[in-house]
Design a protein around this ligand. Structure first.
Ligand code: HEM
Length: 375
């Protein structure tokens, strides 16, 4: 249908790889922030608590606030941080795979609840100093909050999301307050010092700290879980599994092909900063531009035979976005994926999918609720 396709509202879907990349990286395309929402005739549709709360998070800010908040976090997962985190991720992976092995002794096991939802929450949880007994609560409220980030949430979904939003606010405000009272040598204490030096108003600093901590956590959970499940599903096909066991040097390429083939986030929205033309289509200022990551990754002009799953294709993908909002956790997600894959190949040479993945009915954030595996 073309690189830029009209949506049935004041927006366009963008499908081609180069055009999506242009939108993500271009200065003319902004995140849909609060100011944009307030300019809309139907601004009431953004009034739901959960939607408003999400509009104040990092991904929905523009310069100068975005630049300032993003800089305050620095390069979260540079090489040395990843090296420091790796042994903990390996330990957690081994523990979860012990649990999987135990279940597999009796037949089929659910990969999602046993492994792929647990590894991201223990990784980000231990990095941020979230007590492990809180992980189930964090997972539940994250799943419920996501409705507000869907393209067309229903009223009842927004109600579920509102409750989750309040729970997230209560939880992360309290986490920041506790860390203030008892500082540690950890990442959250570091952010508190940074914001205390930058923002004289303590209440304002704490509000930003809550938003950053909450958003980094929720941005890391479902996305990484979906990657880990898709990886188990796509790679345990018997010939691929046997081949990867023989050539483990291609583990990184296998993770990238999973990311290209089925991205955990399917849609990201930007706004036209002014009247412009995109791939030959005139676009009015303030129109919504929905970047379709999956379509971009499957653009045959960029990745030949895009429907084929080919570990050695050396393809490209936009799964972590691009430009100033490029995903801050890409290196961490990849660390989890390659650690898990290496350990699984080693421990479960005959692992296979026995019940297909069940997908939650979502458009923006893919979520797989179960995947049956057996030996
Ligand atoms: C497979 C896993 C993941 C995927 C597919 C993913 C994907 C994305 C995408 C598409 C964006 C938006 C980029 C854009 O607008 O151009 C994003 C932003 C972001 N991601 Fe990730 N992400 C993943 C894991 C993580 C993890 C593990 C963390 C943190 C520990 C994280 C933290 C963030 C943050 C903070 C942003 C907002 C950046 C900004 O607006 O400046 N993500 N991610």
């Amino acid at each position: 249908m073309g690189d830029v396709v009209r949506a049935p509202w004041n927006g366009y879907f963008v499908t081609g790889f180069d055009t999506c990349s242009q939108v993500l990286r271009g200065r003319n395309w902004l995140a849909p922030d609060l100011a944009w929402q307030e300019r809309q005739d139907d601004s009431k549709q953004w009034d739901a608590i959960a939607t408003r709360e999400m509009t104040t998070t990092l991904a929905r800010l523009n310069a100068p606030e975005h630049t300032c908040q993003r800089r305050s976090l620095g390069n979260l997962f540079d090489r040395s941080t990843i090296e420091r985190l790796a042994p903990g991720v390996e330990r957690d992976t081994d523990r979860l795979l012990d649990e999987l092995a135990e279940k597999l002794r009796w037949g089929e096991a659910d990969f999602v609840s046993t492994v792929s939802e647990q590894l991201p929450v223990s990784t980000v949880g231990s990095w941020l100093g979230i007590p492990p007994e809180d992980y189930p609560h964090i997972l539940e409220i994250t799943h419920n909050q996501v409705f507000a980030q869907e393209l067309l949430p229903t009223k009842s979904q927004l109600a579920v999301s509102a409750e989750a939003t309040l729970a997230l606010r209560a939880y992360f405000t309290e986490l920041v307050a506790r860390r203030r009272a008892e500082p540690r040598h950890d990442v959250l204490t570091g952010w508190i010092h940074t914001w205390d030096a930058m923002e004289p108003d303590r209440e304002k600093a704490d509000e930003i700290l809550y938003r950053l901590t909450m958003f980094v956590t929720i941005a890391s959970l479902e996305t990484t879980a979906t990657l880990l499940t898709s990886m188990a599903h796509l790679l345990t096909e018997p010939t691929r599994w046997a081949w990867l066991r023989q050539y483990p040097e291609h583990i990184d390429a296998a993770v990238d092909e999973v990311l290209r083939y089925d991205p955990p986030i399917h849609i990201n929205t930007r706004i036209a900063a002014e009247d412009t033309v995109l791939a030959g289509v005139p676009i009015k200022k303030d129109s919504m531009i929905h970047v379709l990551y999956g379509a971009a990754n499957h653009d045959p002009r960029r990745n030949a035979d895009p429907g084929g799953f080919d570990i050695l294709r050396g393809g490209s993908h936009l799964t972590f976005g691009g430009g100033v909002h490029y995903c801050l956790g890409a290196a961490l997600a990849k660390l989890e994926a390659r650690t898990l894959l290496a350990r699984m190949l080693d421990r479960f040479p005959t692992l296979r999918t026995v019940t297909p993945p069940q997908y939650a009915p979502r458009m923006v954030f893919r979520r797989i609720t179960s995947l049956g595996v057996a030996l």
